[in-house]
Design a protein around this ligand. Sequence first.
Ligand code: NJP
Length: 254
Amino acid sequence: MTTTRTAVITGASSGIGAATARRLAAEGFRVILTARRADRIEALAAELTGAGHQAEAYALDVTDRAAVDAFAAGLDGCDVLFNNAGGALGADPVASADPADWRQMYEVNVLGVLHMTQALLPALAASPTDEGTVVVLSSTAGHGTYEGGAGYAAAKHGAHVLAETLRLELCGHPVRVVEIAPGMVKTDEFALTRFRGDESKAAKVYEGVAAPLTADDVADTVGWAVTRPPHVNVDLLIVRPRAQASNTKVHREG
Ligand code: NJP
C-alpha cells in the first residue's frame, strides 16, 4: 500500500508556487495550496482535481501567526512544506529606501517562513514515510547583494540563515531542510509587485535576457529535491539562467 504524501505550498496563487503545485501534484502529492488570493488557489485546486490529482485550497496570510496556527491545527498530516511566499518591494538605495518596505519584506520572507515552519514541524516530524521536508525558497539575493537590493537581500539572507540554522538544530530528527536559491526567474508578478504595478520598470528587469529561468525551471528543482530518498538532504541549490553569471553580471542582447 502506498501512502499519499501531503505538500503544503505557500504563495501558490502565482509564479513559482503555482508551478510547483502542478509539479508536486504530478509527482503524486496531495497538494494544499495557500495564498491570500482565495479565488486563484481555488481555481488551481479545481484544475488539478479535474486532472485527477488531490488538491485543496486554503486562504492564508503567512504573516498572520494566529491564522497560520489555525491552519496547522486543522491539517491532517504534512510531509513537505514549501515556503515560497515572498517577494521584493522597491529597488531604492539604502540612503532613501522606505523602512516600511523593509519591514514588510522581513515580515513575509522571514517571519512568514518562521510561522509556517514552527506550526508544521510537529506534523513534518511525524511523516509516516519519514519524508518530512522543509523547503525554503530564498534567492541568490540571500547569498550576495546588488545596488538597490539591500532590503530584499537582507530579508533573503534572513531566510537563508533560518534554513541553515534549522538544519543544524534538526540534525538527528527525521526532517530535512532544503534551500532553493534562484537567480532571475521571469514570472508574471514578481517584478510588477516590486515596482508597484509599473509595467515598464518591471519589463526592464528581463530586457534583452534571452532566456531567464521560468517558474517551471524552479518547480523542477523543488520536485527533484523532495523526491530524493529521505536520507538525502539537498542542503542548498543555487540555480540561475545561463545568461546570469552573478547578481550583477547579466548578458543582455541588443
Ligand atoms: O513571484 P510571485 P514568484 N501571505 O509574486 C504570495 C522568490 N524569488 O513566483 O498572497 C501569503 O508570482 C503571493 O500570493 P498572494 C520570491 O522572493 C523570485 O516569482 O495571493 N502569501 C504569491 O503567490 C518569492 O519568495 C525570483 O498575493 C503571500 C507569491 O507569494 C518566490 O520566489 C527570484 C504573502 C509570490 O509570487 C516566488 O516568487 C528569486 C503573504 N503575506 C527568488 N505575500 C524571481 N521571480 O525572479 C505574498 O531569487 N504572497
